[in-house]
Write a protein that binds this ligand. Structure first.
Ligand code: FO1
Length: 338
């Protein structure tokens, strides 16, 4: 099965999915946030996913490593270096090694897959593309590279629009295009990442929307909002700045035509009818993931929802679904997803 993921919030659900299906999980990660900083190739969302799935992530920040020390930053500051982007001493090893391997001609996907193996992850973690895509933010203070907007300016400038530079020339990673075209794919889960900042760069790749719409598996998205607010990060603020009312209806409208179902939090249960009005099925579930148990519980709910949508589609369109070779293991607790 395939999880589509940005950084912190999305990675938590990817962790739960990995607990549930292990090596059957592939995570497609946003690279729009990637940038070169201090000469280093930084891929923040990939690293957040790798650290989270490897049980190495800092539990409070959500990004970077647990037990981190900051001597490099202290020394850099003393020398008058750029210190707005925090690179911990342990985390630094990731960026130095990735930079070395990319400079040696390796593909980002190969470096990422090998790093996942070295960190003993069960899941396969892959960037959305090996070609660079860079998110830039049109703001009240002019155009800003993503990390300048997000970290340096702390998301303070108003967002007027978003661009995904290079997306039109980038190709979906071939391994991911193959997976999306595979009849055995049993579910696609769009994790509760920011739809505008973290998922849209993935959807901007040529052919990605079509591949998702055509894929044999049910596609389920999880709303990143709880009671109209993001758990962390600027989703609700950006929605307001883009003229959208922060709530499940706007998320449903955003994903309409692309996903079969939307999971909304129990705090937003009253929005279910508005989600259905966009032609999506809706599941109400607790989406706040404070700890590992909640991550696994939400993963189970998402898989059960996908299973239900699959059964519904098979019943409604038997002629389309008959050739599918994928199989859910019918268990009361939900599907075991190959
Ligand atoms: N986020 C911050 O808010 N401040 C930082 O200094 C920062 C450093 C950082 C270093 C490595 C890394 O992998 C992630 C880092 N992040 C930091 C997180 C990152 O900027 C964002 O969470 C994502 O790009 C948005 O998904």
């Amino acid at each position: 099965m395939l999880a589509v993921c940005g950084g912190v919030g999305g990675a938590k659900l990817a962790f739960g999915l990995q607990e549930e299906v292990g090596a059957a999980l592939t995570v497609m990660v946003n690279t729009g946030d990637d940038f070169t900083h201090l000469g280093l190739a930084i891929s923040p969302d990939i690293d957040t996913v790798l650290y989270t799935l490897g049980g190495l992530a800092d539990p409070v920040r959500g990004w970077g490593r647990a037990g981190e020390t900051w001597q490099f930053m202290t020394a850099l500051r003393q020398l008058g270096g750029e210190d707005w982007f925090q690179l911990g001493d342990l985390d630094l090893a990731m960026h130095v090694e990735r930079t070395r391997r990319l400079a040696g001609g390796e593909r980002l996907s190969a470096v990422t897959a090998d790093t996942a193996r070295r960190l003993a992850l069960a899941a396969r973690v892959l960037p959305m593309s090996d070609e660079p895509v860079r998110t830039t933010v049109e703001t009240s203070q002019g155009r800003l590279a993503f990390q300048h907007y997000f970290v340096r300016e702390r998301c303070m400038p108003s967002v007027l629009g978003l661009r995904f530079e290079g997306a039109e020339r980038a190709r979906i990673l071939p391994e991911l295009a193959d997976l999306l075209a595979d009849d055995a794919l049993c579910a696609v889960i769009i994790c509760p990442s920011n739809p505008y900042l973290s998922i849209d760069p993935i959807l901007a790749l040529p052919g990605m929307r079509e591949a998702l719409a055509r894929c044999a598996a049910p596609v389920v998205a999880v709303s990143p909002l709880i009671g109209g607010q993001a758990v962390k990060g600027p989703t609700a603020k950006i929605m307001g700045e883009l003229g959208l009312a922060a709530g499940s209806a706007a998320i449903a409208r955003h994903y309409a035509g692309l996903v079969d179902g939307l999971v909304v939090d129990t705090a937003d249960a009253a929005d279910a009818d508005r989600v259905l009005a966009f032609g999506l099925s809706c599941m109400v579930a607790p989406t706040l993931m404070k700890g590992p148990q909640e991550r696994v519980a939400l993963a189970r709910q998402c898989l059960a929802f996908a299973h239900e949508l699959d059964a519904k589609r098979r019943a409604e369109r038997p002629e389309e679904t008959q050739p599918w070779s994928r199989s859910w293991t019918e268990q009361d607790s939900g599907p075991s997803c190959p």
